[in-house]
Each structure stands twice: as structure tokens, then as C-alpha cells.
Design a protein around this ligand. Structure first.
Ligand code: FES
Length: 573
């Protein structure tokens, strides 16, 4: 492929004469790069989130080599660069606190460098939205390559994965499972490269970028160690060069219709509730007007087709063998915007209309779904003035309309101190309320919303209770869990004034979350409430608390919304 008449952005660096061109090229040449690489080839940045502190992305240096092969094969000049990597399992207090920071790193790294197109290597939960958000704000031709899920875990002859961590934890708390046995399970859960092997947040994000049209078809489900993942990386490397040739930018793919498609697909796969905050943030960066209500509107009537944990039975490896996301999209095509264009220049219809399904127990047809309940329900009411979310496919049907008395935890430390106390006045009808785990209050909105139940109730066989918080839930979690309550307690939401014993009604069919107090009683309590917010005095967290938006807007920083394009106005050499 030749680019003789392309006005490549990178020419403003490598195409220059004199001192400037000398400096731009000379230091690069110490990496063994010959002259011809600088003579008009499109420069492709490979944005890598490899890190040994992000075990889900630990194979990305190898994966990047396959992307490079594809770029070179298609006539491009690949240059790999690192960005902040967010590992879900290690980062404290929560990786979500740093999603927006990583997105700033990505945005500025892309814009500041001589890149014509970008490949985003994404894996563990936050590495996908942060990279896509940052890239959207520059809007160059961009393709995503996901790292792929791990192989299914094994423990004592049984298939296991991340959702079992929650089950094991409850079993240890009730004495059903010895602690030593749980420790043994550690060695069987993560058997290979890749991210969590259920439809948790990482898999949800991989499906999100595929349904938005930002990846080649089939990207989401291929297991990390499968040779097909390497082939996909190679093909993606070649495709980004063609995208530069065609000047196919993110904004031409990420239309309002593409976002609506992603919401429908997320419903059909039983995707994570984290999908909501991340998709809203991405829409904000690319300038698409998406609201919380759109998630309910476009999920409505879409049944659960993918029988995957935590909403169903199987694992991502099974999903791949059954046909992966293209097989799900094929079922949904009559409802979707089938003419949306994707990174390979084809429509989603062209990519998926012939996609085979090899296992109907894993990917059900539209006429015989796994569960008619799916999607993300958006709740409104005096307890969540700007909304809250719930995932019906992971909840208990008998709790969908429920009234109970509140057991209130002022913060996560209060919860940890009292949940195992036998004198906690909770019964199976109680509603567990956790405050101050929102974006500002925690800060960073951790995944603590699916709080464990009191051991006394677990021992009685209670497996689910209504739980409400301004925090998030792991995509691998489950239960009748109301999340993302907005405004959060720390921002003066009604959640802040709920007291022990207050009556709360959750009515999912009516989309209502109601605190049984009059408007006057709520106003009076708010007047007398002394807010306890730990504001950080310095550093990134200080800036985050000053500028983070509420969950119903995507929890991005207010000044990061939109984009600044790829132009660099000043030139210092
Ligand atoms: Fe990385 Fe689950 S911990 S995807």
C-alpha cells in the first residue's frame, strides 16, 4: 500500500527538513530504524497497557508483536508506547478512581506524538474504557484489540471463575467451606493469560467495543491463549493501516446509532452494570448525547441470549466455541441499526448476518431466550433523584417488588465492623443500605455494592436481599443490588439521610425506588444533616473530587468531556 498523496499527520514530524527533521528522526534511529521508515509510511501507535501489576494484561508485549507484524505487512510503521495500566485486583482504593487519569494519559500521549492511527490494547476492566475515552478526545483512526478472556478455571473437578470468589467467600463465612480449601482454589482460578472468564466487566467491555464497531468481528470472545487471538491482532494491525488510508476516524463509527446498538447487545449478553458509567463517559468524549434513560429504553424487550455467568451458567471459553458475539448480534440484527459501519469498513449487518452458532445452550435464539429478563433497569424515585441502576438478570425475581426496613451502614468501614455482629437487627426482608461509596465520597466509586449478607441469615439459607448504595458492583457479582444511586450521599443525595428502620420500596416493574418519608421530612433531615466528606488536600485525588461528575453522567471529570482533536497548535523546536 502506498501513501504518496496522503497528507499524513506524522509528516509534520518525520517529513521535515533542517534542524527539526534531524531531531525528530535522529534519536529514533538509535532504535535501529532505517531511513525508509520515515519516508511517508503511516505511523501506527500501539497503545499498550502491559504491566506485571495488571495480570490480566501481562501477555500484551507478545500480543503487540502480532499487531506490529500486521502493521508492517500492510505498509505501516508501528511504534509501541506504554500508558497507565489499571489492574482491577491490586489497585487501591479502586481502579475506577484512576480511569479518568489513565484516559488523560492516553489522550495526551496520542496527540503529542507523530501518530496517524492507533491500536488500543485493552484487557482488564478499566483499561478498555480509559483507552477508548482518551482516544475519542483525539479522534484519529483507531482500532481496539482486546486481550481476551482466560481459560475456564478448574477446582476439584469443577469449572470455576471469578463469580465463584463471591460464592466461596459466603461459604467460608458460614463454615460450609474451610478457609484452607478456599486458598487451594486460588491456584485453579487463573490458569492462563487473559482477563476474567465470565461476562464480568472486562468481557462486557470487550463486547461493548465490538458492538460499537471499534474491533474486528469476533474480538470479544477469543480466549487469550488461543492462536486465533494472535491472528486477530495481526489482522487488526493491517486494518488500522487501511483505516488511515481511508481516514476512518472514531467519530465516523461512534454514532448515536452505534451506542444504541451497544446497549441492545449488552442486554442480550447480560453485561455488567459498569457498562453504564463507561458507555456514558465514552459518549461524552465523542459528543453523542446519551442519557441514563437510554439504557432502559434500548434494553427494554431485549431478552438474555448468552447463557454466561454471572447471569447464567457458562464461561467465556464456551461462548467462543459457541460462536461468540457475532452469533448474538446475528439474532439481534432485526432490532439493531444494521447499517452502522465498523472498523473494517463493513456494516455490522455485513459482518454478522451469516455468523454461525454452534451451541444453542450457550447462545439462545431470540424466540427461546435464556431469560426474558435482561438489560439494565433504570430506577427513579425520591431515594435516587437522578437515577440508579439494577441488573435484573442477576437479581432474584421474588425481590423485584419488595418493601423492607433499612439497615444502614454509613460507610464501608461501618459495614465491615457490623455485618458479622449477631445482634445486627436484620432479617430476610431488611434492605441493606450502604452510603458514601460514590464517586466523591469514597472517592472513586468502588465495587462494594453487592455487599455480603449477615452470616446469621446466610446460615438460615437466605441467598439474596435488596441492597442499595451509591457504589458499583463487580461485573462478576450478582444479587438484587441497586447501584449508582445519584446524587450520591456525599453530594447531598437523599441516600445520605436514610436512617435505620426507615421503610424502603423497590418496585422494578414500576422502575421505582422509594423512601417512605414525606418531602417535608426529607427536607428537614437534609437541613440537619452534617455531611462528612474526606476531601483530599492535594494531588490527582484532590482534582478528581473537585471535578468528578455523578454516576448518571458517567463519572468523568467535567473538563474532560468532548475532545480537542489531533492538532498541536504550538511547535517548540
Ligand atoms: Fe482483570 Fe477481572 S481482574 S478482568
Amino acid at each position: 500500500m502506498s501513501f504518496p498523496d496522503k497528507n499524513l499527520r506524522s509528516r509534520n514530524w518525520f517529513g521535515r527538513d533542517g534542524k527539526d527533521g534531524f531531531i525528530y528522526r535522529s534519536w529514533m534511529k538509535k532504535q535501529g530504524i532505517p531511513d525508509e521508515e520515515f519516508e511517508g509510511k503511516p505511523v501506527i501507535g500501539i497503545c499498550n497497557t502491559w504491566s506485571e501489576l495488571t495480570p490480566c494484561n501481562s501477555h500484551f508485549r507478545e500480543l503487540a508483536q502480532f499487531v506490529k507484524q500486521g502493521v508492517i505487512q500492510a505498509g505501516g510503521f508501528p511504534l509501541e508506547f506504554p500508558v497507565m495500566s489499571l489492574g482491577e485486583t491490586l489497585i487501591k482504593p479502586t481502579a475506577m478512581l484512576y480511569r479518568n487519569l489513565a484516559s488523560m494519559d492516553v489522550e495526551e500521549s496520542i496527540r503529542a506524538n507523530p501518530l496517524d492511527g492507533v491500536v488500543l490494547l485493552c484487557g482488564c476492566d478499566k483499561t478498555t474504557p480509559s483507552l477508548v475515552m482518551g482516544a475519542c478526545s483525539v479522534d484519529l483512526p483507531t482500532i481496539v484489540v482486546s486481550g481476551g478472556p482466560m481459560l475456564t478455571g478448574r477446582f476439584r473437578g469443577k469449572a470455576i471463575s471469578t463469580s465463584d470468589v463471591w460464592r466461596f467467600t459466603d461459604q467460608v463465612r458460614t463454615g460450609e467451606m474451610p478457609g484452607a480449601e478456599m486458598k487451594q482454589a486460588e491456584s485453579g482460578l487463573c490458569r492462563s493469560d487473559g482477563h476474567c472468564a465470565v461476562m464480568g466487566t472486562a468481557s462486557t467491555m470487550a463486547c461493548m467495543v465490538e458492538s460499537l464497531g471499534l474491533t474486528l468481528p469476533g474480538n470479544a470472545a477469543i480466549p487469550a491463549p488461543d492462536a486465533a487471538r494472535k491472528v486477530l491482532a495481526r489482522h487488526s494491525g493491517a486494518q488500522i493501516v487501511r483505516m488511515v488510508q481511508d481516514d476512518r476516524r472514531m467519530s465516523s463509527i461512534l454514532t448515536r446509532e452505534a451506542f444504541e446498538n451497544a446497549i441492545m447487545v449488552n442486554a442480550a449478553i447480560g453485561g455488567s452494570t459498569n457498562f453504564v458509567v463507561h458507555l456514558l463517559a465514552i459518549a461524552g468524549r465523542i459528543g453523542v448525547d446519551l442519557t441514563l434513560d437510554d439504557f432502559d429504553r434500548f434494553s427494554a424487550g431485549v431478552p438474555l441470549l448468552a447463557n454466561l455467568q454471572p447471569s447464567g451458567q457458562f464461561f467465556m471459553e464456551d461462548f467462543y466455541y459457541a460462536g461468540g458475539l457475532p452469533a448474538v448480534i446475528r439474532e439481534l440484527l432485526p432490532r439493531m441499526h444494521a447499517s452502522c459501519i465498523t472498523v473494517n469498513g463493513k456494516t455490522i449487518q455485513e459482518n454478522c448476518s451469516e455468523a454461525p452458532c454452534y451451541e444453542r445452550e450457550v447462545i439462545a435464539p431470540l424466540e427461546e431466550p435464556v431469560n426474558p429478563l435482561s438489560g439494565i433497569v433504570v430506577l427513579k424515585g425520591n431515594l435516587c433523584e437522578n437515577g440508579a441502576v439494577l441488573k435484573p438478570s442477576a437479581a432474584s425475581e421474588k425481590l423485584m417488588q419488595h418493601t423492607g426496613r433499612a439497615i444502614v451502614f454509613e460507610d464501608i468501614e461501618d459495614y465491615k465492623a457490623r455485618i458479622d455482629d449477631p445482634s445486627l437487627p436484620a432479617d430476610e426482608n431488611s434492605v441493606l443500605v450502604l452510603k458514601n461509596v460514590g464517586p466523591i465520597g469514597y472517592p472513586g466509586m468502588p465495587e462494594v455494592g453487592n455487599m455480603g449478607l449477615p452470616p446469621a441469615l446466610l446460615a438460615k439459607g437466605v441467598t439474596d436481599m435488596v441492597r442499595i448504595s451509591d457504589g458499583r458492583m463487580s461485573g462478576t457479582g450478582f444479587g438484587t443490588v441497586v447501584l449508582h444511586v445519584s446524587p450520591e450521599a456525599a453530594a447531598g443525595g437523599t441516600l445520605a439521610i436514610v436512617e435505620e428502620g426507615d421503610l424502603i420500596t423497590l418496585d422494578v416493574p414500576a422502575r421505582q425506588l422509594h423512601l417512605h418519608l414525606t418531602d417535608e421530612e426529607i427536607a428537614l433531615r437534609k437541613q440537619n444533616k452534617v455531611h462528612r466528606i474526606d476531601l483530599h488536600a492535594r494531588g490527582y485525588v484532590h482534582m478528581y473530587q473537585q471535578h468528578v461528575e455523578q454516576a448518571h453522567l458517567g463519572a468523568d471529570l467535567d473538563f474532560l468531556k468532548g475532545g480537542s482533536g489531533s492538532e498541536v497548535p504550538r511547535d517548540s523546536h
